[in-house]
Design a protein around this ligand. Sequence first.
Ligand code: GRF
Length: 183
Amino acid sequence: MMRIAIFASGSGSNAERIIEHFASSDLGRVVLLLSDNPNARALQRASDRGVPAHFFSDWAEAMGLLQEYNIDYIVLAGFLRLVPSAVLDKFKEKIVNIHPALLPAYGGKGMYGDRVHRAVIAAGEKQSGITIHRVNARYDEGDILAQFTCPVLPDDTVETLAERIHALEHTHFSEIIEKDIKL
Ligand code: GRF
């Protein structure tokens, strides 16, 4: 049984789905949620579901918690910071992230949340989607595990596109994590 930690900086709707998915799995369990934002709704969503949730202010503290909870696998779900090399070294090939566009396009530093959708719409793209990838020392550049697409409609706003992308994330993220931890 893989002991999974989720890192989330914001709302945590993906975190919530992943927690629920693995609550009844034989392969893994979410046993910890960590946030760099003390006001993240993700913290509340996790503790409401019985998952220990902690704010951390520095990476030494986060590393201590990963050790204390015997974490095997890390999921970044709306986490906005770079993961330092100390964590990458310890969890080689065991950290995944989700990005709300089709990487390598619309990725990199500063490309997160609504900014991504705004850029996709401004460029007149007909299609967007999500990318689930391994995490390395650079923003959005690790090996891609899976991508899923959705249309961008002519009258889309940032909000309507974000909603479609979120639905895609909620449908697929847990399933790709499950495949990855089976390997
Ligand atoms: C998602 O769109 C994810 O792709 C991006 O941040 C958003 C997080 O949403 N990295 P939520 O906090 O899971 O609702």
